[in-house]
Ligand binder design. Structure first.
Ligand SMILES: Nc1ncnc2c1ncn2[C@@H]1O[C@H](COP(=O)(O)OP(=O)(O)OP(=O)(O)O)[C@@H](O)[C@H]1O
Length: 478
């Protein structure tokens, strides 16, 4: 789905005794000059007055809890749903220092901002889905991981790592999207775990006191949520997987160095912040006029911030910019509103990152084909070719020796086999002879037994005859 970046403006309450130069009417903002004359944000070519409209405008007259929940409900809830539908999302808070970016993103203890509210709702929806699963034909399994890092002086620092100041690198994938390598990704199972990650990361953020803000963020902070959903059809067993990410970004404040920075370190931080924000501005303005500057290279790589946000600014993402305005300063407010209205023109093209197992297999097969083609197409350079040829020679030589050794061993094995066979045959004939003599002995035994039986019978007959003779002789004598 191709859609433009949504832009919301949040005007905070002016500081004590300072005039409010920014007025909110519905979705329109009017900027008032110090002499109370309305300044028309006019186009330079035509001198016609023009009002700037945004998708949402929030004017904070009173600091109430409603402000935070109103922004969440009108603007952010939709992005929770996008994430659950499988789209990548990104919400960025932009504005001058002290304008309320951290307040908008993180909030305060009893008045939470976008990030904790987003996480709470995400887990609430999972809970509802699990309850629904009992009556549904599909079973959904969710896995949520989060990471939290900051970009401080152009370096990416992991805010959840157990190692202090763990620096990470930004890498590009084959599909040209970027990621932070080596950042700790924590698997979270419930709201408590994810909220504790937010708190832990916030405690590790680089914050300092400046002339403009007691607790000024000196870095861009990115809370990254990745959601894996696995839907299994109970009857058919078909599985559909879906992976989406959401980046919630609290940018460091744009600042006029004369206003905010005093010593060298603060100045250096301020310069680095302004540099990355101006690269973000250039990327946004080139993307806003994409049709006009189709052949111009978008300078994503010129700052760590734009390099990490590449996909969210010009690729597969539903993105939203919340521009925070401090209404006491006309110049700063004007600059923020101009930045925000430029972002309105940028289009991204979000697609659902969902894959069935068959599609996943196809994707893997395609990757395998790609790799095979790469191997086949690889044309070695002359030095590479030389070393390859040498290796082939070595392998062939080793192969020859192996063959020789195998032939010798097989000859020895043949000889051993012959002598074993001979020994076996002679043993067999001895066994046969022994068997024959054993049989003969057996026969002799049988004959002896028979003879013994016969002699026994003869003895019996003889005994009988003898007794008969004795009886007859007795009779005769008497
Ligand atoms: N809408 C608001 N309601 C209540 N308090 C606010 C609001 N906006 C800002 N504040 C308060 O103003 C102060 C400065 O806000 P915050 O630190 O959020 O500014 P920031 O834009 O993040 O500044 P920096 O860029 O210097 O970090 C904080 O004390 C914050 O509580």
């Amino acid at each position: 789905m191709s859609d433009r970046i949504k832009v919301a403006v949040r005007v905070r309450k002016p500081r004590e005794n300072l005039p409010n130069v920014c007025h909110v009417h519905g979705n329109t903002i009017t900027l008032i000059n110090d002499d109370k004359k309305a300044i028309r944000l006019s186009s330079p070519q035509k001198n016609t007055a023009r009002e700037f409209r945004f998708d949402y405008c929030f004017g904070s007259i009173e600091f109430t809890d409603n402000d935070q929940s109103e922004i969440y409900e009108k603007l952010v809830r939709g992005y929770v749903l996008h994430t659950l539908e499988g789209y990548n999302s990104c919400i960025l808070a932009y504005g001058q220092t002290g304008s309320g970016k951290t307040f908008t993103m993180m909030g305060e203890k009893n008045n939470e901002g976008i990030v904790p509210r987003f996480c709470r709702e995400l887990f609430e929806v999972f809970h509802i889905c699990h309850q629904d699963d009992q009556n549904s034909e599909v079973f959904t399994d969710f896995q949520v991981k989060c990471s939290f890092f900051e970009i401080y002086n152009e370096q990416v620092i992991d805010l959840l790592s157990s190692m202090t100041q763990r620096k990470c690198k930004i890498r590009e994938r084959n599909d040209h999207s970027t990621f932070v390598e080596g950042v700790e990704e924590i698997v979270v199972h419930n709201v408590e775990e994810i909220i504790s990650c937010i708190h832990r990361g916030n405690e590790n953020r680089t914050v300092k006191s400046t002339n403009m803000n007691q607790e000024s963020s000196r870095s861009h902070a990115i809370f990254h949520i990745s959601v894996n959903q696995r839907e299994t059809h109970k009857k058919t067993g078909t599985v559909v997987e879906c992976h989406s990410t959401c980046k919630l970004v609290d940018l460091a404040g744009s600042e006029r160095l004369g206003n905010s920075a005093a010593d060298g370190k603060l100045r250096q931080e301020g310069t680095s912040i302004n540099k990355s924000l101006s690269t973000l501005g250039r990327v946004i303005s080139l993307l806003a006029e994409r049709d006009k500057y189709r052949n111009r290279l978008v300078p994503y790589r010129e700052s760590a911030l734009t390099w990490i946000l590449k996909e969210n600014l010009g690729g597969n993402s539903n993105t939203c910019l919340v521009a925070c305005v401090s209404p006491e300063n006309h110049y700063e407010s004007l600059s923020t509103l101009r930045y925000a209205s430029l972002a309105k023109k940028v289009r991204t093209s979000a697609t659902v990152n969902s894959l069935s197992h068959i599609e996943q297999m196809e994707e893997l097969k395609a990757k395998l084909r790609e790799l095979q083609n790469m191997i086949n197409d690889k044309k070695p350079t002359s030095t590479h070719q030389h070393s390859l040829e040498k290796r082939i020679e070595d392998v062939q030589r080793a192969n020859f020796f192996l063959e020789q050794r195998m032939a010798k061993e097989s000859q020895l094995a043949d000889q051993a086999l012959q002598s074993t066979r001979h020994e076996r045959d002679s043993l067999a004939s001895v066994t046969l002879q022994m068997l024959e003599s054993f049989n003969w002995n057996q026969q002799l035994n049988d004959h002896a037994t028979k003879l013994r039986n016969h002699s026994q019978k003869l003895e019996n007959l003889f005994q009988k005859d003898r007794s008969f003779f004795d009886v007859t002789l007795q009779k005769y004598l008497t």
